[in-house]
Design a protein around this ligand. Structure first.
Ligand SMILES: C[S@@+](CC[C@H](N)C(=O)[O-])C[C@H]1O[C@@H](n2cnc3c(N)ncnc32)[C@H](O)[C@@H]1O
Length: 257
């Protein structure tokens, strides 16, 4: 998992998506920023560069191995002293009210049973006038070329419904922010696109095939035949994989007087 997050993080189309979302939020120099579900720190390292030497970036994750990987990977970062980590779930953040200017969760809420509770906590630890920002993929939007469309839909839909608490989480981002009392909610829709089966897309499809076998959707030979179908399309220059990312940002209302 840690390795696949880093492979994803290095993929040019993903770098563009992530940075476009951070500009949309936006992240300002000198800001105090919290990332909930920081994983190996791909987003945090970008955040540190954006807040700069006067800023402060905190990452929270309930997985000890993720936090350890994030610490190790940040060791050579020029702004490592601006980054800190805490082990905690998003629904119980170990911070005082109003501690951060911006609080984010990137590709986290689709994994969470109660995303409303996480977004409420994110709003609590954000200062009045500060921003809460969330971004998720939406696996109801996957479009991929393959000779067997029916099988592809069965594998994509079946695996996503087993793997994620909410595979269609992306489209719910604005409603989650409004539900937590945030105002001025804005939405940014973006598309991941790959036409060459580069390493992230290749491992994405291989994991779909592995999981399709694990969840009893197809047997191993059928999964392998399905994967071979993509290789043929790539060889002909006809491969296309796209899916949407939805990012939303809202403002915490100022305290009533
Ligand atoms: C797909 S990774 C995203 C990591 C990082 N945000 C990125 O974009 O590279 C999802 C992360 O959410 C974390 N996570 C899972 N459940 C969580 C929860 N209830 N609260 C906070 N983080 C959670 C996982 O441990 C994992 O590190």
């Amino acid at each position: 998992m840690a390795q696949s997050l880093e492979v994803r993080g290095r993929t040019p189309a993903q770098i563009r998506l992530r940075r476009r979302f951070l500009r949309f939020v936006p992240i300002r120099a000198g800001g105090r920023v919290l990332e909930v579900g920081c994983g190996t720190g791909v987003v945090m390292r970008d955040l540190a560069a954006l807040v700069g030497p006067r800023g402060d970036v905190v990452g929270v994750d309930p997985s000890r191995s993720m936090v350890e990987a994030a610490r190790a990977l940040a060791r050579t970062h020029a702004l490592r002293r601006r980054m800190r980590w805490r082990l905690a779930p998003g629904a119980a953040l170990p911070f005082a009210d109003g501690r951060f200017d911006v609080t984010l969760a990137v590709t986290v809420l689709l994994h969470v049973a109660d995303p409303e509770a996480v977004v409420r906590e994110m709003a609590r630890v954000t200062r009045p006038g500060g921003r809460v920002a969330v971004q998720d993929q939406d696996f109801g939007t996957v479009a991929v070329t393959h000779g067997d469309r029916t099988l592809t839909e069965r594998i994509m839909g079946g695996v996503a419904s087993h793997m994620y608490e909410e595979p269609h989480s992306g489209r719910r981002m604005p409603a989650l922010l409004r539900g937590a009392g945030l105002g001025d909610v804005r939405l940014l829709t973006d598309v991941f696109q790959d036409t060459t089966l580069e390493p992230f897309a290749k491992s994405f499809l291989e994991r779909r095939a592995e999981n399709a076998v694990r969840f009893g959707i197809v047997d191993a030979p059928a999964a392998q035949k399905w994967l071979d179908g993509f290789t043929e399309l790539v060889a002909r220059g006809d491969f296309v994989l796209t899916f949407n990312y939805y990012g939303a940002v809202g403002v915490k209302p100022a305290r009533s007087r």
